[in-house]
Design a protein around this ligand. Structure first.
Ligand SMILES: Nc1ncnc2c1ncn2[C@@H]1O[C@H](COP(=O)(O)OP(=O)(O)OP(=O)(O)O)[C@@H](O)[C@H]1O
Ligand SMILES: [Mg+2]
Length: 502
């Protein structure tokens, strides 16, 4: 075999209260896609952040093309040809695509301190051409889809002439078609000799894209195998250290005739166009559609996070006015955002505070003081229920792994006494074990009589969980299916049902 491009051995990393990595070994060959998998909090991101210079290792050796290197910061990583695309994308939304790619190293114009905007755009265009991407370098990043933003991150990584490219859950937010495009680029880079690390919870895709798989569990590297030699089931059992069986699809129950939430003729610019739907007591309504179909916009509008142009919201048949999230919570509506960083969590605060945040009034004693004994008990219970992996309730949420943060958002809305719950991509970035926990939880909540709306881009998930499925395309509801009649083809047909061009 060729010489490894990269070799990490004996890597250890400790955080206060957490031994994140224990004696880890990882290597990567040129022209290889090496998948890295493991449950939430296993240490995947931490191991790769050490390579990218975000964290310094406590001990261990890193060799690049045979010689030992030290990577104290990301600038060094870049110089060594190591680039990482992080789990949460890191672009500046108000800057253009080209400005984001060359931030900090813009070509200077002829006058000092004046940017050569044209050179910048030409350089970016050249990069896109190499990747056969159709992106406008002058477009603002805020106007791009998540998939396009990811492409910008890849182009940026490659602009440093990376020979090692690390992608931390690149497919989590992408549709199938976008994943195909990402894999096309991944294969192209592999063909050019780049070594690629691919972190993912979507185990089915490993077979499609990776040459080898490394499995991590609780800070240890459990095994590295050639992808062709292992089944997905074997990989899962290495991940969880036990065999979990995927529960048979839940049989949808007969729903209660009582309508809890009704949305009538909702409009907001071009994002939401005349959307109407209702949710019954004890029902899970799935909203399917491609990324950008307007599903999150609908949830945000009902939750009062965005103003609406027109439309009515009725709760138990009564018209309500929701002018902001506080009104929504007051009316018993909870919203689990897809973007936990921006809307779901106070990252600088601890686990306990985040869990009780949306329901503080329940924990206030007679003197108006929050009774910390009660909040602790409530938070403790959720940590147990959802198996939230944290060293203590006082850990700051920022320090938890990506998937664990998502569980904290779920815990927060479960603690708040909400009757209507919007779950926006509830299992994105969540490992297999926790996923089935969240499914059980959704079923239990429906069983208790809550009205649930679940937005998901994962079709098997929508099909498995929903009693009824609403499909959206370009801001409109294009179809509605009962659980019995729904299948992937029917959903996709509605999801791509564009308005006939005028
Ligand atoms: N900056 C930090 N401070 C304290 N603890 C941390 C920090 N970063 C990570 N950890 C802890 O280290 C462990 C490994 O986390 P890591 O983010 O590497 O997990 P992961 O495998 O990437 O999980 P996920 O699939 O959820 O993204 C977790 O217990 C996490 O809480
Ligand atoms: Mg991670």
């Amino acid at each position: 075999m060729a010489e490894p491009l990269l070799e990490m051995s004996g890597i250890e990393k400790h955080f206060p209260g957490v031994q994140a990595l224990v004696d880890c070994h990882f290597d990567l060959f040129p022209g290889e896609v090496h998948a890295l998998v493991g449950e939430n909090g296993a240490g995947k991101s931490t191991l790769m952040k050490i390579l990218d210079g975000v964290y310094e290792r406590d001990s261990g050796v890193i060799k690049l093309k045979g010689s030992e290197v030290d990577i104290p910061n990301t600038a060094t990583a870049q110089r060594l040809g190591i680039s990482m695309i992080h789990q949460e994308l890191n672009l500046m939304p108000h800057l253009t695509v080209a400005q984001n790619i060359f931030i900090g190293r813009e070509p200077q114009g002829r006058l000092p301190f004046v940017l050569d905007e044209r050179a910048l755009n030409e350089n970016a265009a050249a990069l896109f051409e190499k990747l056969r991407l159709h992106l406008d370098p002058r477009k603002r990043v805020s106007a791009l889809t998540v998939a396009q933003q990811q492409m910008v991150e890849i182009a940026k990584a490659l602009s440093f002439n990376a020979s090692v490219l690390i992608m931390d859950e690149p497919t989590a937010a992408l549709t199938d078609k976008e994943i195909d495009e990402l894999f096309r680029i991944t294969r192209q880079l592999r063909g050019e000799g780049v070594g690629i690390v691919h972190i993912s919870h979507r185990l089915q895709e490993l077979k499609q894209i990776s040459d080898r798989v490394t499995v991590m569990r609780d800070g240890h590297v459990i095994n590295t195998v050639a992808t062709a030699d292992a089944t997905v089931e074997q990989i899962i059992s290495m991940m969880v250290g036990r065999t979990i069986f995927e529960a048979a699809p839940e049989v949808p129950e007969v729903t209660n005739p009582e309508v809890v939430l009704e949305v009538r003729n909702l409009n907001r610019g071009r994002a939401i166009r005349d959307v109407s739907f209702s949710v019954h007591r004890g029902e899970i309504v799935g909203i399917a559609g491609l990324v950008g179909a307007g599903r999150t916009e609908v949830a945000r509008a009902v939750f009062g996070a965005d103003p609406i142009d027109s439309g009515e919201i009725l709760i138990h048949g009564k018209k309500v006015k929701i002018s902001g999230p506080i009104d929504a919570v007051h009316h018993g509506i909870g919203y689990l955002s897809e973007d936990r960083k921006r809307y779901g969590l106070a990252l600088g605060l601890n686990v306990e505070t985040n869990v009780v945040m949306a329901s503080l009034q329940r924990f206030v004693g007679r003197l108006g003081i929050v009774r910390s004994g009660l909040t602790r008990v409530a938070a403790e219970r959720q940590v147990q229920n959802l198996a939230i992996k944290t060293p203590s309730l006082s850990q700051r949420v920022r320090n938890l792994s990506g998937g664990t943060q998502q569980k904290v958002v779920v815990a927060k809305w479960l603690t708040a006494d909400t009757e209507i719950l919007f779950f926006d991509e509830p299992t994105r970035g969540i490992d297999v074990g926790a996923k089935s926990e969240i499914y059980q939880l959704l079923n239990a909540l429906a069983h208790e009589g809550k009205a649930i709306v679940m937005i998901s881009s994962d079709l098997p998930e929508i099909l498995r969980m929903s009693h009824r499925i609403i499909v959206m395309c370009e801001g409109r509801v294009t179809g509605e299916l009962t659980a019995a009649e729904a299948n992937q083809e029917k959903i996709m047909t509605f999801a791509t049902q564009r308005e006939a061009a005028a």
